[in-house]
Design a protein around this ligand. Structure first.
Ligand SMILES: Nc1ncnc2c1ncn2[C@@H]1O[C@H](COP(=O)(O)OP(=O)(O)OP(=O)(O)O)[C@@H](O)[C@H]1O
Ligand SMILES: [Mg+2]
Length: 131
């Protein structure tokens, strides 16, 4: 499959974001193809975090369109983005060093196994999903 005939997993077109008078993003176009790893680089304050927050549903874009697997999406909240499979692993300060990578991914929404009235953490399932 070549880049030309595949549907992007994620496609941003003309994304812009203003915080009052501050223009954080302007005319951002980006495609992420299946299996592709994309690095986003820029100066401090360039808008990287703002773009990730828009992709993750934390902020609504002021302008532009987001498509996921070819369909236009409008995320109002992070759970909307999570519902289609978008996850964000935040930087060091938001991580718990004493937990595994998988436990950090599922922090606050751990997968559990039920044994009657008792629920136990399902470490195996969390490790598999995180992988
Ligand atoms: N909630 C907000 N309210 C007002 N302005 C904001 C807000 N979030 C970000 N900005 C502004 O938007 C611009 C882009 O910031 P952003 O944090 O996205 O940059 P960044 O590329 O992630 O920077 P860094 O490399 O420092 O993490 C900056 O001018 C910043 O001050
Ligand atoms: Mg940042």
């Amino acid at each position: 499959m070549t880049k030309a005939d595949a549907t992007p997993v994620l496609e941003l077109t003309g994304i812009g974001k203003e915080f009052g008078a501050i223009r954080a993003l302007h005319g951002v176009d980006m495609q992420v193809m299946p299996g592709e790893v994309v690095g986003l680089m820029g100066d401090n304050g360039a808008g990287k975090s703002t773009l990730v927050k828009i992709i993750a549903g934390n902020f609504r874009p002021s302008h532009g369109e987001i498509r996921f697997a070819g369909n236009a999406v409008h995320f109002s909240r992070p759970v909307d983005a999570r519902a289609v499979g978008i996850e964000v692993v935040y930087q060091d300060l938001a991580l718990s060093d004493n937990l595994t990578a998988a436990a950090n991914v599922f922090l606050g929404r751990e997968l559990k196994r039920k044994f009657g009235p008792i629920a136990l953490l399902d470490h195996k399932a969390m490790a598999a999903r995180a992988l």
